[in-house]
Design a protein around this ligand. Structure first.
Ligand code: CIZ
Ligand code: SF4
Length: 309
């Protein structure tokens, strides 16, 4: 009998325990390749939120960052949601506090608050709508034109949505430090080197990078566009974990990251070992206090009612 490698052994133990626990493993598109490969489903946060509701599991091992697991916990109070490492935070989500949002609301009484999914449960509880990068434009389009809109926390996604919808949004100055490192000059140099490549840019990138894009898309939008593209080469401007999926799904295309060092340290803390420990000890349970959950779920239900674009 052939001997199993340590990684194969680890994966076999994860699969056995997953069945025993009636668990599913959900992975964000930015997770390391071996986690994506062991997961039951890989997607963006809108798809993962939907899967967390639809999959008939008792336990959800959420391989992503804290706000994503929290979102799953808000939507599934009867399921156990586990985050393999509690250090998987999000620098953008940490950029706005409830006090800061309340101050903004006090400055603009009557404004509708749209929060990006990259926020804490407490911020979602103070918001009217939640959105992801794949449905932000549609969420804003669905709000009556005579209402003022506060859009938090990502200024670059907010600016993109304002341009796409022709709406004037009240923006906040949050941003993702990983996407902020993606430089327009680097993307321009790559385009010069690969003039036939299609350029796919995430809306969290700075505005000058959007201007160099063929399409500005969420991560799962990028995966769909990569498959549909007639180009042989793709330049991808987002967190580099996504290259694993795009390369796997498009073996005939050459895929270039616009920034080799744009990896998110929060996304990287999850490992196969930590998934196994998470299943063994049912750790770390992500819970949202009921008083916050019931308020946050309204904004999330409105997000789920709007399709991805
Ligand atoms: O919504 C998500 O999953 C995030 C954070 C990025 C994206 O565009 O998929
Ligand atoms: Fe947050 Fe940026 Fe990491 Fe996404 S890539 S989890 S927005 S810090």
């Amino acid at each position: 009998m052939p001997t199993l490698s340590a990684t194969d052994e680890l994966i076999a133990r994860i699969q056995r325990l997953k069945a025993e626990r009636q668990a599913v493993i959900l992975s964000h598109n930015y997770q390391i390749g071996e986690i994506q490969d062991v997961a039951d489903f890989v997607g963006d946060s809108l798809e993962l939120s939907r899967m967390a509701v639809e999959m008939p599991a008792k336990v959800i091992v959420f391989c992503g960052v804290h706000f994503m697991a929290e979102t799953a916990a808000i939507l599934n109070p009867d399921k156990t949601v586990l985050l393999p490492d509690l250090d998987a935070g999000c620098s953008m989500a940490d950029m706005i506090t409830v006090e800061q949002l309340r101050a903004l609301k006090a400055e603009h009484p009557g404004a509708v608050v749209v929060c990006y999914v990259n926020t804490t449960a407490a911020i979602k509880a103070e918001s009217d709508y939640c959105c992801t990068s794949s449905n932000a434009v549609r969420v804003v389009e669905g709000i009556p034109r005579d209402r003022e809109i506060i859009f938090i926390p990502d200024q670059f996604l907010g600016d993109h949505v304002a341009k796409q919808t022709g709406r004037k949004l009240i923006l906040y100055n949050g941003y993702c430090p990983v996407h902020y490192r993606i430089m327009a000059s680097d993307v321009a140099a790559m385009k010069a080197e690969h003039p036939a490549a299609e350029v796919l840019v995430h809306p969290e990138c700075p505005g000058e990078v959007h201007e160099l894009a063929d399409q500005v898309l969420s991560t799962s939008g990028m995966c769909r566009a990569a498959k549909a593209s007639s180009a042989d080469e793709l330049i991808i401007a987002t967190e580099i974990g996504i290259l694993h999926r795009i390369e796997k799904e498009n073996p005939d295309k050459r895929v270039y990251a616009s920034c080799q060092w744009c990896d998110c340290s929060h996304m990287r803390v999850n490992t196969l070992e930590k998934i196994l420990w998470s299943l063994e000890d049912l750790q770390h349970v992500v819970r949202v206090p009921e008083e916050i959950r019931v308020r946050a779920v309204r904004a999330l239900d409105r997000m789920l009612a709007v399709a991805a674009s």
